[in-house]
Design a protein around this ligand. Structure first.
Ligand code: ARG
Length: 271
């Protein structure tokens, strides 16, 4: 009987491992803690089973598999990701993170695995008179109440142009236009507030398209701004790990795997 129980216990442990449960204590591999922020489909979102899935999660699973890490996904506030990465050598920010000079000072970036650009989400037809070649410009948002996800590049872009405290030299295109900025925990929550407390939301391309695809009253346009490079951010001391990760990323890009993940996660989005 005891033997049978032992066998059953082992089987349960093995199955949990096979299913990739985080609490799999018999996984001998070191843990690579992934910090992300769901609500940013197709890169990371919560599926119908309540699991955090997406392009970044699939990429991290591939990296874990290739380099022998037990990958653990942590869904936290976007603004806290860099801090967590700074604390732990086996931590990575995988959250559709744009490469910026400020972030480069605090952490090590991988090679770029995707390109994006800022988009504006607005009530259907509300920007019709501004759209040129499918794009609007930041100046077209003069006087608007603009929602952003806190601590994102969209947040910084809008803040700089409004320049509320007059800290930036020269005149921002939204300065003195009565445009305001409101920060939200994510772009889905922000978009839910369009027509109530805000007029538009500024967020990255694919998440904007994903939100609009689920809401017939909204539409989105490209903001004519610089393209942004998505990277994984690692602890400053993780030089060797980043070199290995870059090799894996190169293969995933070359073989079209990242494109495949992007297509795979661009349908059936829950939130
Ligand atoms: N690309 C933007 C940035 O790096 C937005 C990323 C938001 N990511 C997320 N998972 N919510 O600031």
């Amino acid at each position: 009987m005891k033997k049978l129980i032992a066998v059953l216990a082992t089987l349960v442990a093995l199955t949990s491992c096979a299913l990739g449960f985080a609490a799999c204590s018999s996984d001998p591999r070191p843990t690579l803690n992934v910090y992300t922020n769901a609500g940013f489909a197709p890169y990371e979102y919560v599926n119908e089973y309540g699991e955090v899935v997406g392009v970044d999660i699939d990429i991290m699973e591939e990296i874990g598999e290739a380099l022998g890490y037990n990958v653990v996904i942590n869904d936290i506030d976007f603004g806290l990701i860099m801090e967590e990465v700074g604390k732990n050598e086996l931590a990575v920010g995988a959250a559709g993170m744009t490469k910026t000079d400020e972030r480069d000072e605090a952490a090590l970036a991988s090679i770029s695995y995707a390109v994006s650009v800022q988009y504006v989400i607005a009530p259907k037809d509300s920007l019709d008179d501004k759209v040129v070649d499918g794009k609007v410009s930041l100046a077209d948002l003069a006087g608007k109440k603009i929602g952003v996800q806190e601590a994102t590049t969209g947040d910084y872009l809008v803040s700089d142009e409004i320049d509320e405290n007059g800290e930036i030299e020269g005149t921002g295109v939204l300065e003195g236009t009565n445009a305001t900025k409101t920060s939200y925990t994510n772009a889905i929550v922000a978009s839910g507030d369009i027509g109530a407390n805000i007029d538009v939301v500024v967020i990255d391309k694919l998440p904007a398209q994903s939100i609009v695809s689920g809401n017939a009253n909204l539409e989105c346009y490209e903001l004519s701004e610089e393209p942004e490079q998505y990277v994984l951010y690692f602890n400053k001391n993780a030089t060797e790990l980043v070199a290995k990760v870059n090799k894996v990323l190169e293969k995933l890009i070359e073989n079209g795997v990242i494109d495949y993940f992007t297509v795979k996660h661009s349908g059936g989005i829950v939130g």
